[in-house]
Write a protein that binds this ligand. Structure first.
Ligand code: NAD
Length: 264
C-alpha cells in the first residue's frame, strides 16, 4: 500500500487507545502515506492519545466532543487554517449508557435513546456537512457500524437501532454529497475487544460465537478493518458510495452453519 495515500489529508475521529478501530485505520492510512489529523474526547484520553499521534507523526491533534457544536466548529476552523482542504474523514464514534446494553431493548429510556442517537448517528451527519466545505477536490467519508443494525444481536439494544439509522444516513449522505465527488460509506465490523465493546453484556461470549460460526472461523482485527478502510478511503474505491461493507470474517453471510446433524 506504500504511496497509495500519498498527498491525501484526512481526519480520524474516535481514538481512545491502541485497541481502538480508529487506531487500526490511522495506522493503515499513515503507512500508505496519508497526512493525518486525530481527535480524542476530553482530557482523560489525551495521555494515551498523544504518544500514539507522535508515533504516526501526526501534525494536527484536537480535543473534540461531537455533541458540542462549538467544539466541532473549532476543529474545522483548525483544519481549515492548517490545511485549507481535506480528502477523507473517518467517524469511529459511538456511545450508549452501558446499563442499557444488557437486558431488554423495550426498556430503553427516552434520555438514553436521544443521547445514543445524538452521539452515534447525528455526529456523522454533522461531520460530513463540515467536511464537505473542505473537500474541494472530492473526498471520502467513512463510518463504523455493526451487524446489530440488520438483525437482533444479544444486548446490542438501542445501539442496534442507532446503527440502523446510521446506515440509512450513509445512503442519504451519499446522495447529497455525490454531486461534489464526495463518497460516503460504512464498514460493518465484526466484534473486536475495544473499550466501547467492553460495555456490551456477554461480549466475550459474542466474540467466541462469531469465531466459531463465521466462514473464516476467526474474529477480525483492527488491522483487517484498517486495510479495508484503505480501499474505501483511497482512489481504489473511487466507484463506491452509499455502501455498507462487511469486514466480519463473513459472519453476515451465514444463515446456519453446517454441522453433522444428529438423526431426528
Ligand atoms: P473505542 O472505545 O476505542 O472508540 C469509541 C470512541 O468513541 C472513543 O474514542 C470515544 O472517545 C468516542 N466517543 C464517544 N462519545 C464521544 C463524543 N461525545 N465525542 C467524541 N468522541 C466520542 O471503541 P471502538 O470499538 O473502536 O469503536 C469505534 C466505532 O466502531 C464505534 O462506532 C463502534 O460502534 C464501532 N464498532 C465497533 C465494533 C466492536 O466490536 N468493537 C464492531 C462494529 C462497529
Amino acid at each position: 500500500t506504500a504511496g497509495l495515500m500519498e498527498g491525501k489529508r484526512g481526519l480520524i475521529m474516535g481514538l481512545a487507545n491502541d485497541k481502538s478501530i480508529a487506531w487500526g485505520i490511522a495506522k493503515a492510512c499513515a503507512d500508505a502515506g496519508a497526512e493525518l489529523a486525530l481527535t480524542y474526547q476530553g482530557d482523560a484520553f489525551r495521555k494515551r492519545v498523544v504518544p500514539l499521534a507522535e508515533q504516526l507523526g501526526v501534525s494536527q491533534l484536537a480535543d473534540c466532543d461531537v455533541t458540542d457544536e462549538a467544539s466541532m466548529d473549532a476543529l474545522f476552523e483548525q483544519l481549515g487554517d492548517a490545511w485549507g482542504s481535506l480528502d477523507f474523514v473517518v467517524h469511529a464514534i459511538g456511545f450508549s449508557d452501558k446499563n442499557e446494553l444488557r437486558g431488554r431493548y423495550v426498556d430503553t429510556s427516552r434520555g438514553n435513546f436521544s443521547m445514543s442517537m445524538d452521539v452515534s448517528v447525528y455526529s456523522f451527519t454533522s461531520l460530513c456537512r463540515r467536511a464537505e466545505k473542505l473537500m474541494t477536490n472530492g473526498g471520502s467519508c467513512l463510518t463504523l457500524t455493526y451487524y446489530g443494525a440488520e438483525k437482533v444481536m444479544p444486548h446490542y439494544n438501542v445501539m442496534g437501532v442507532a446503527k440502523a439509522a446510521l446506515e440509512a444516513s450513509v445512503r442519504y449522505l451519499a446522495e447529497d454529497l455525490g454531486k461534489n465527488g464526495i463518497r460516503v460509506n460504512g464498514i460493518s465490523a465484526g466484534p473486536i475487544k475495544t473499550l466501547a465493546a467492553s460495555g456490551i453484556g456477554d461480549f466475550r461470549y459474542i466474540l467466541k460465537w462469531n469465531e466459531l460460526n463465521s466462514p473464516l472461523r476467526r474474529n477480525v482485527t483492527i488491522g483487517d478493518v484498517g486495510n479495508s478502510a484503505l480501499y474505501l478511503l483511497s482512489d481504489l474505491g473511487a466507484g463506491v458510495t452509499g455502501e455498507i461493507h462487511h469486514v466480519d470474517a463473513g459472519y453476515h453471510a451465514v444463515g446456519m452453519k453446517a454441522v453433522d446433524a444428529p438423526d431426528i
